[in-house]
Write a protein that binds this ligand. Structure first.
Ligand code: NAG
Ligand code: NAG
Ligand code: NAG
Ligand code: NAG
Ligand code: NAG
Ligand code: NAG
Length: 399
């Protein structure tokens, strides 16, 4: 081969190489483009965006299609803030679409920012907000779908309720407490739920609890930082007295509702009547009456036949601490989590709950017990023999 021929071969080889390279490049670009184009339309991306704390904006047709025009069959429930529908997005992802009932014009302007903030609150014990849709005066929030529905339906269904053994219930109680801990203390902004109740606790496929509707009172109630509100958003029966009567908002109103939740979960007691308020008042009084008479276990759900006595008693005790009348007496959520999860934590005796009426007042005062309580893992319940005054100097919640 001559010089000329060699360089010609070199040139043609490099040209061929270049052509092949360009071909590969354009082919891959084409493939990428093809792949990307449809996925841009697919709300499947919604999930990934949401996972990064971004909030998707859905259009109305997508949600109409997903929920089959908000059909009755897809209706999951009706809450204080609107109606919830099950939806399936084009990529098969299941979602829950909440159609808000009351939104004012001014509300809409703020909504975008507020929803962004809520979408950033991500915790395994919170129902994840994926995005929203606003159309004319209507607003819809799109949430992850949680499989087993709400705790209320589970607990008060005769058949399902029996399946909730003590370990599941304890796990639910601790899970809710951890969710509240995140809302109150660990998230970027402090969120006071204001409407904690068994309808707002959803259960996933492993029966782990997830708190729903957090931030909605803030979103729709107007005032953000104010500590008094004219719009009381809670549900009778779960509302702390200072909130129900004066509209005072503080984290302690969630603690109160959590206390009611604990007592509900342990006793599984709910009268079949529309009068939630009186039923709860009765429940709180009854549990406290039993506690002062040292007959606490009598009020525990009869379908719980195997359980750790000390764990159950400890939960009831913590429930009673949470529903005390004076908000300052109620423990904060980090104390609650400690009390629930640590062994040998000293619990102070609860004062009488809000809305209390004694069935038999003489017995209450006669049997009211003093000193601290320790519920040991081995089912041993130790009663401290300190006087109440001495105890105030010791830290009842070791760190
Ligand atoms: C939903 O309703 C609109 C009109 O309200 C109708 O045009 C559309 O076909 C309906 N879609 C389905 C899936 O039913
Ligand atoms: C229902 O309420 C009535 C009256 O308050 C009470 O006597 C009864 O024990 C309650 N039933 C249950 C199952 O709690
Ligand atoms: C509850 O009460 C309603 C009427 O108030 C009745 O229709 C329903 O059957 C009752 N449910 C149970 C489980 O007793
Ligand atoms: C609820 O309690 C109030 C106050 O005690 C009473 O007036 C009302 O009749 C009760 N309602 C029911 C349904 O028991
Ligand atoms: C919660 O209460 C405990 C005990 O009273 C206290 O030591 C702790 O500082 C409180 N935590 C917060 C965040 O207020
Ligand atoms: C307190 O201690 C006394 C003896 O010091 C004992 O007799 C009594 O039972 C104790 N009380 C409790 C509640 O443990």
């Amino acid at each position: 081969m001559g010089q000329k021929e060699r360089s010609a071969a070199k040139i043609s080889a490099s040209v061929a190489c270049t052509i092949v390279f360009v071909l590969i490049l354009s082919a891959s670009a084409f493939i990428c483009f093809k792949k990307r184009k449809p996925s841009k339309k697919q709300p499947g991306l919604a999930f990934h965006n949401a996972a990064r704390g971004k909030c998707m904006i859905f259009d109305l047709p997508t949600l109409q299609e997903a929920t089959e025009n908000f059909s009755e069959e897809n209706k999951l429930g009706e809450g204080g803030f609107g109606t919830v529908y099950k939806g399936t997005l084009p990529d098969e992802q299941e979602v829950a679409v909440k159609r808000l009932s009351q939104t004012s014009r001014e509300g809409l302007n703020q909504l975008h920012n507020e929803v962004q903030v809520l979408a950033q609150l991500q915790h395994i014990k919170l129902v994840r907000l994926l995005g929203y849709c606003s159309h004319q005066n209507e607003v819809m929030l799109v949430y992850e779908f949680v499989k087993n529905g709400c705790l209320h339906n589970f607990l008060f269904d005769e058949r399902k309720g029996r399946k909730l053994n003590w370990n599941l219930r304890y796990n639910i109680i601790v899970g809710i407490a951890k969710g509240i801990l995140y809302l109150h203390e660990d998230s970027s902004i402090r969120i006071i739920h204001r409407d904690l109740k068994s309808n707002n606790i959803l259960l996933d496929e492993n029966m782990n609890p997830k708190i729903a509707d957090f931030g909605l009172a803030r979103l729709l109630g107007g005032g953000h930082t104010q500590t008094k509100t004219a719009n009381v958003a809670g549900t009778y029966g779960y509302m702390a007295p200072e909130y129900a009567i004066f509209g005072n908002v503080s984290p302690k109103i969630d603690i109160f509702s959590f206390g009611v939740l604990i007592l509900e979960i342990v006793t599984r007691r709910k009268n079949n009547s529309s009068d939630d308020y009186n039923n709860t008042v009765n429940l709180l009084s009854d549990v406290y009456n039993c506690w002062t008479k040292d007959m606490t276990l009598q009020i525990v759900d009869k379908s719980l036949n195997v359980y750790s006595k000390s764990e159950v008693l400890r939960c009831i005790h913590i429930g009673l601490l949470c529903i005390q009348e004076d908000p300052d007496d109620r423990p904060n959520i980090s104390s609650v989590v400690l009390m629930l999860t640590r062994d040998r934590v000293k619990l102070q005796p609860p004062r009488q709950p809000a809305f209390f009426f004694a069935r038999d007042s003489s017995s209450v005062f006669e049997h009211a017990r003093h000193g601290n309580y320790i519920y040991d893992k081995s089912d041993v319940i130790v009663e401290d023999n300190f006087s109440v005054n001495e105890v105030t100097n010791t830290d009842p919640y070791p760190r």
